[in-house]
Design a protein around this ligand. Structure first.
Ligand SMILES: Nc1ncnc2c1ncn2[C@@H]1O[C@H](COP(=O)(O)OP(=O)(O)OP(=O)(O)O)[C@@H](O)[C@H]1O
Length: 258
């Protein structure tokens, strides 16, 4: 469970201060998928980065499974909460094989049965053992994102922080990755906090969505509101129509994979 209360995050000082996040509160229940959506610069990634402690400075409170987060991440927290980034190519070491990429977290956390865990992790994301000794440049973008998901899951976390996990991918591959994430969440009861600029992508996975604009939370909408096109705020309505035009093809392809 994630509980965020009155979270504010600023960068810089004096006249150049950027108020990236202003007084944001929301909570994500265990096993829930919660989305943060908004245009570029609205502050959604900054929230995710604070929870992952990539940004260690904030005011307000962040609690994960009942514990208040401090600026330093413990090993136990790292195991319980993993992050998947937008660009799988940037996130995977180019000179490490898939085997080395998946082995590293097991070594850091001292887990045994490493070969078996690596093969199981590949299978979980729909990849066979033949991918094990390939390098990131020898696999496709979608397969790279599958490896990034496998690396995040190999420590058996309860929570995944997903930062635009499909926006670097082709539309047809986006649907595959979203369906993979959905299946993994259902099978394992994972808790997801997912950031995207694309409402259609978030709505595919998340039951509740916080709409962000210029660091503030404009409103929280449910899946039903998104389907029925009945948001309270004009900003959300605008975001909905922008997304529809842009991603009609993606929305159509989700149906094919369901
Ligand atoms: N390390 C930083 N130093 C200074 N300003 C920052 C830093 N990180 C983010 N910001 C600023 O904070 C604001 C929110 O950025 P953030 O990345 O959270 O937005 P976003 O909604 O996730 O957009 P995007 O999808 O483009 O990443 C922006 O104005 C950004 O320029």
């Amino acid at each position: 469970m994630i509980e965020i209360e009155n979270l504010s995050i600023t960068f810089g000082e004096g006249a150049s201060t950027v108020h990236a996040v202003r007084n944001v509160s929301f909570s994500v229940a265990e096993g829930e998928s919660y989305g943060l959506v908004g245009e570029s610069g609205s502050g959604k990634s900054t929230i995710l980065r604070a929870i992952a402690r990539i940004n260690p400075q904030w005011s307000g409170t962040i609690r994960v499974n009942g514990r208040y987060l401090t600026s330093k991440r413990t090993k136990a927290e790292a195991r319980a909460m993993q992050m998947v980034f937008q660009d799988p190519y940037g996130a995977l070491h180019p000179r490490h094989t898939v085997d080395a990429i998946l082995r590293e977290p097991l070594e850091i956390h001292g887990l045994n049965n490493r070969d078996a865990r690596i093969l199981a992790a590949l299978k979980d994301v729909g990849l066979g053992p033949e991918f094990r000794f390939r390098y990131p440049h020898q696999i496709s973008g979608g397969q790279r994102q599958r490896i990034a998901v496998a690396r995040a899951l190999i420590l058996e976390p309860e929570i995944l922080l997903l930062d635009e996990p499909t926006s670097a991918l082709d539309v047809s591959v986006q649907a595959e990755i979203l369906n993979l994430l959905k299946r993994l969440q259902q099978d394992r009861g994972l808790t997801y906090l997912m950031v995207s600029h694309n409402l259609a992508v978030v709505a595919h996975l998340c039951g509740r969505v916080a709409v962000m604009n210029r660091g503030r939370m404009v409103e929280e909408v449910t899946e039903d509101t998104l389907r029925a096109h009945t948001p309270s705020e004009p900003y959300t309505a605008q975001l909905m129509s922008a997304t529809e035009g842009y991603d009609r093809e993606a929305v159509r392809s989700y149906r094919t994979f369901d």
